[in-house]
Design a protein around this ligand. Structure first.
Ligand SMILES: [Zn+2]
Length: 377
């Protein structure tokens, strides 16, 4: 990281943002961390929660420091405030309106101009204020890190739509949308698990497991929204990625992503073929994996043996129609089946290890698959 925050000549005026969109528990943190290993790319996790989790609740960054004590985020925030004159509390209020209110989401879809999107009279600022402050945060990240691409895995399609308006109507950012989708049954299995709050392990609050029918409906709704947002953006700047393809055969997916974002694929391909540990990250919010030391890309097959027949049937009845549109089938292909130990070759993939990620709750030591359990909002 550079010792000063002067803008580099290679930093574009409009920040280049790669937004990972889709349902939670879909492996977005794994993809985000992986993409951030490129020397031109800064991975930031769920940036939507940066102000709330980082500055209001003072949660841990993945480097192990509290956000206000983290050198990178302190410098980013200082530059952001200086350049954009941002008020963090006012920004958080605006962000909640834009990214969480259904009435605002509807306006963003239906109003021809972003200036016409009404956020209510009881907030300081309007959609334009939100847009300029959000773009200012991305720009500050680029300048402080001297990276040319920021990967934001906030996932929320409403934020994705706001970013599309910022890119296409307001010309504030350069945006590539990655719609990440995971098999609904893998999603439902992951969402069924409960977690107790454990900040050191990256679990900010208690998480109660969901019944599979509810997960199936939520998955269908969020991915339908993500489809609509993806179609709102330029075709050449929107990409659908299946998580299973990324973890089982990462090289073709990585080459496709490099071409899509227009950066050289070399560092990612080299990482896939080496045992090199990942560099320490600075992810404020996201899946608990961000706080772990070892992450391994492995096929996502645990749901096949863990979900009951009845659960699989319920999920498929509710969400199968949508899953088929992404190329999933009720019976997985032979190559995707969970094979008994000893009857299959070692899982393809690459171990990612980071000495600066906290070691507590490292699931490698328990022998369980961290990636098939990867997702949590
Ligand atoms: Zn940090």
């Amino acid at each position: 990281m550079p010792a000063h925050a002067q803008p580099s000549s290679r930093i574009p005026q409009r920040p280049h943002v790669v937004f990972i969109m889709g349902a939670g528990r879909s492996g977005s943190t794994v993809l985000d961390l992986f993409l951030g290993q490129h020397p031109l790319v800064q991975s930031v996790g769920e940036l939507c929660n940066f102000v709330h989790d980082g500055w209001i609740e003072r949660r841990l960054c993945s480097c192990g420091q509290r956000v206000p004590e983290c050198e990178l985020w302190s410098r980013v925030t200082e530059l952001w405030k200086k350049r954009s004159q941002v008020d963090l509390e006012a920004y958080e209020e605006l962000r909640n309106r834009v990214e969480k209110r259904r009435s605002v989401l509807w306006q963003m879809f239906s109003r021809p101009s972003p200036e016409q999107v009404q956020l209510g009279k009881d907030v300081r600022g309007n959609f334009l204020t939100y847009a300029q402050w959000t773009a200012g945060l991305y720009q500050a990240i680029c300048e402080v890190t001297e990276k040319i691409v920021v990967v934001d895995s906030s996932k929320n399609p409403a934020r994705g739509l706001a970013l599309v308006l910022m890119a296409e109507r307001l010309d504030l950012i350069d945006l590539h949308l990655v719609h990440l989708v995971r098999d609904v049954r893998g999603f439902a299995w992951s969402a069924k698990k409960s977690f107790r709050s454990d900040e050191q392990a990256g679990v900010a609050r208690d998480i109660r497991g969901l019944p599979v029918w509810r997960s199936a409906l939520a998955w269908t709704f969020v991915n339908s929204m993500a489809d609509l947002v993806r179609r709102r953006h330029e075709t050449s700047r929107s990409l659908l990625v299946r998580y299973e393809d990324f973890v089982s055969e990462p090289t073709p997916v990585v080459l496709q992503l490099a071409g899509f974002i227009a950066i050289p694929p070399g560092p990612w391909v080299e990482l896939l073929h080496s045992d090199r540990p990942i560099e320490p990250g600075h992810i404020v919010a996201g899946n608990r994996l961000r706080m772990q030391r070892h992450i391994r890309l492995r096929p996502d097959v645990e749901w096949q043996s863990k979900l009951s027949f009845a659960e699989k049937m319920v999920i498929w009845l509710l969400a199968g129609w949508k899953a088929r549109s992404y190329g999933y089938h009720y019976r997985p292909a032979a190559s995707e089946l969970d094979q008994p130990v000893g009857m299959t070759s070692p899982p393809t993939g690459h171990p990612l290890a980071g000495p600066h990620f906290l070691a507590s709750h490292d699931r490698q030591s328990t022998g369980s698959s961290p990636v098939s359990e990867s997702a949590q909002p």
